[in-house]
Design a protein around this ligand. Sequence first.
Ligand code: CDP
Length: 788
Amino acid sequence: MAPKTSPEIGGMGHSVKRKEDPRFLRGLGNYVDDVNLPGMLYLDIVRSPYAHATIKNIDISKAMAIPGVLAVITGKDLEKYNLHWMPTLMSDTQMVLPVDKVMYQAQEVAAVLATDRYIAADGVEAVEIDYDPLPVVVDPKKALLPDAPILRTDKKDKKDNHIWHWEWGNREATDQLFSEAEVTVKEDIYIPRIHVASIETCGCVASFDKVRGKLTVWMTTQAPHAIRTVFALVAGHVGLSEEKIQIISPDIGGGFGGKVPVYPGYVIAVAASVLTGKPVKWIEDRMENLQADSFARDYHITAELAGKKDGTLTALRIKTLADHGYTDAAANPSKFPAGLFHVCTGSYDLKAAHVEVDGVYTNKPPGGIAYRCSFRVTEAVHTIERMADLMAHEIGMDAAELRMKNFIKPEQFPYKSALDWEYDSGDYGAALQLAMDRVGYNELKKEQAEKRARGELMGIGISSFTEIVGAGPSKHFDILGLKMFDSAEIRVHPTGKVIARFGTKSQGQGHETTYAQIVAEELGFPVDSVLVEEGDTDTAPYGLGTYASRSTPVAGAACAIACRKIKDKARKIAAYLLEAHEDDLEWEPGKFYVKGSPDRAKTIQEISLAAYTNHPPGMEAGLEAVNYYDPPNLTYPFGSYICVVDIDKGTGEIKIRRFVAVDDCGNIINPMIVEGQIHGGLTMGLGPALYEEIQYDESGNILQGSFMNYLLPTAVETPNWETDKTCTPSPHHPLGAKGVGESATVGAPAAIVNAVVDALWHLGVRHIDIPITSAKVWKLLRDAGVRG
Ligand code: CDP
């Protein structure tokens, strides 16, 4: 879409430089740990070395003897206020601090309050806890065996470790298609636990003003309003009432879903501040963040795909065990226990599908974070894209040809999927064709054949994913009953400057720039005249926050609609000033003019002044509007990624030679920011594909508890991402935009795995679970008798 505004105005389609970057680049951001208040106390947390154990005794005497240690808070202390448990977003319960037993290694057991951060750490070392170890369950399959120890003994009637069973789709029709299928493929796919490793860890500064009875919390949260309401609901009985709670989410150093949940540390810091009347700071260290905060994925999937020998796909059947750790604290505001996993039919026009998911408790930290993903969409995309490839290889058909044959066609949109989603728009064939042209697909296939003949290992992998973002329509989503709208409140000042506030919260995505561009697009104010604010519940309109690429689909739409309300009033003022009829006015970005007389015009700045000084008699002064937007549907961005790998036969090392990513997020607000989102997202897809996994041994000890062995890709491992785009606007979004933040993270891993399996298929390799480490490949090569 060519920009409608000039570069000076900087509306949609301009690569406006990020307004927030000067402060970030100069180290002048204001993150939670930058907040320092007079008299502030510090909290540090004692964590369990055991994955499952009874707490026999907590001796705090040595800790209390350390000068500067003021208190050691235990579960029993919180129990007095009924704050030792809290609800999760999934209507489960989670301990703030345990009273009688711990459920995972690194769980919070007690908290030390001190005058200094280092004294608090010394206090943590000095707390002595007697544990009685209990049998540990780390494998969700074993957790369901009849003789497995029951973990949630706090739930009186719970007689097993099964949390819920959920199924969706037409079982009979699916089974029928499978029984009639000419060809079927089946695979066990494990999508391992991974962890959001944002640069900033979690933390807060809680400050309770005893005189005013007001609690202010600076907090690393992606959803400040929802947190405020949750605090009021959970702690209303101890006097915290919603109008007296202010949550401020200042600059946030990456969220990716990991900053949606309420972690015990936040609650303990708040309780400590309310009890002492002093500000209390709690900041996790890197290892606490990695070991104890909520995790993503951990889906054990068995998938089957049915089709015909000519490559026509007909039906999909999936069974999944979802390991939720000791509580279902998934960051999943949908009405479905497995989130949006049933978008797993992907980009393909299947006749029927059926999905079953069972949630299971184990002795691990809570799982279910939507790590740069709309609630299990990564798991869904990985599954269908692996299965499509498996089918192509099985019937000896080119993987691109099979996809082209089965794509939902442009004329089928809006398209109702076999699992009931209504896809808004798409042109999957165009995206794949562009990716094939960019990468030189046919030449690469020839090269691969030649290399294979010479015994060299080269693979080409495709992922043609469909995403589902913009949570969400209230028919599908809520958080503890709160509908998932989002909001914009826009005020135009007399001098033609604008403040725009939103219920979302940027964590690095560039909202201060892109929302300003929407205002510029709609009202013609230059981007530089628009100040964007988010994250302070005392000033921002109520919204449900930023995750799952929902900001553009929901708050972006609210912004456009609020601007249009302002424009309607501006038109009336302009008509009055120009002594013309409203219907005789034309708009061009930045001014209204009389049809046929472009000189008879009023700029938006002149109109802004008139709104306060010379507005029509009987009209209210001012120029402002609010919109709360409940989207009619989700948006369905998509893309086609092609990855080319070369594999070293001696070491199993995978080298990504090319990676072409074609994305379609409808109309783009800021092309440079979107490209940045895709680059970052691709690297966050590379990590889980090749390096990242959190594992536990039989005793529940975490095996990747630090960055020494939880491997994040750096610039060294990251290949040169080649990006391109197609543009298929969303028909229901006021700007035709779809979300983009998570697309690349969701779509990339399958392309990489498909490329590696493609390189090894002739050696009998059918599937490799991520992360595909060199060691895994080396073993496969050794087993196949391949020598380097
Ligand atoms: O909710 P979140 O901000 O993480 O995701 P998003 O709505 O996909 O937006 C990520 C960034 O890309 C924001 O700065 C958006 O304004 C920008 N974006 C864009 O410029 N054009 C789009 N069509 C979608 C997103």
